[in-house]
Design a protein around this ligand. Sequence first.
Ligand code: ATP
Ligand code: MG
Length: 392
Amino acid sequence: MTQLFDALGGVADTRVVGGAVRNSLLLEPIDDIDVATVATPETVARVAKAAGFHVYETGLVHGTLTITIAGQPFEVTTLREDVTTDGRRATVRFTDDWARDAGRRDFTMNALYVDRDGVGSDYVGGYRDCLDHHVRFIGDAGQRILEDHLRILRFFRFHAAYGRGPFDAEGLAASRAHKALLAGLAVERVQHELFRLMGAQGAVDAVDILVAEDFLAPFLPMPLSSAGFRALARVEAAAGRSLSPVLGLVALVQFDVDAFSAAATALKLSRKRRDRGLAALRAAREMPPRSAPHVRVLLYEHGDQAFCDGLLLALAQGVDVIDVGRILRDARAWVRPRFPVSGADLLEQGAPSGPEIGVRLKRLEGVWRDSDFLMDKDTLLALDRAHLEKDA
Ligand code: ATP
Ligand code: MG
């Protein structure tokens, strides 16, 4: 950050803003650093390039540049104020007025600035709210939601992540009053906020309200269960994991494969997220493991991630599993054994080439798996020879 201040500080007033300031005050980890500056994007790009930083112009139309210095990204945005808003997108103009830039942000705790000398500026009472863990809209909550409907979900998400105690009454009332507006949002934005929300430490209380009051019905029309989500949160916490949003969604749709597939399509989940959920559900159906060797068979068949995910899903559905802690520890330490026989080995000892080779390999792999992965290559090849002779 010092390097960025050195480069930009000479040309314009530049300050860190948003999540980085908020999280420093809350002693939470910081992932990305947002920077606000009076300099125009052109000036920022020129100065940054001259200093030898990488500049990505992806958000240029909104006045944002991403600058990376030694691998650390900084989102640098020229001060803006809203000109028009329609609930989904805003037209903005650049300004040099810090209070106006603060005024178009969503929550007071997200509108704190710190300059290069560590001096903070707070135009909206965010410092107090931050220390109180109070997630509060800047200005009139209803008005702010009308400007951008996504702020309803952001309200629940930020409270789940950083709030303490009850939801801000005014924010909650305004969210309720305007919840029908969620239906018009782009699902990509909804997915982003919903997943951040489900992964937050206080997600359970937020999900309770969202489900009980049908906030999610426009994108998730299937029956939802906050009890399932609550059970999963408890199980993940007991296992020492932070809640996985994909599994959260599986629990939310009542652990049902078809409902999860429909939800994945409705929310436009990435293939990776969809596959993780489906793999977890497949593994969950085989729980609980019957024995230590069966644990290893399931690990081999499903892979360690789907195995652990499936185990937690099963626990959340009330399946009795003895010694969960040890199973999870073993799963983490598990190294995938390598099947020692190849098609070439079989050909070498006279098996006829063709699709038959694949069938023989699969059969041997099954025998090997059922031996707890102990049978060695020679024994397996001898077995295959015995089969060859029998077939002949
Ligand atoms: P995190 O990165 O942990 O999610 P963040 O506060 O950095 O937290 P971002 O979504 O990265 O959140 O947004 C950066 C800042 O931009 C916010 O702190 C807020 O000031 C502002 N902001 C983002 N989205 C909105 C929005 N929909 N309405 C108003 N201000 C917003
Ligand atoms: Mg951020």
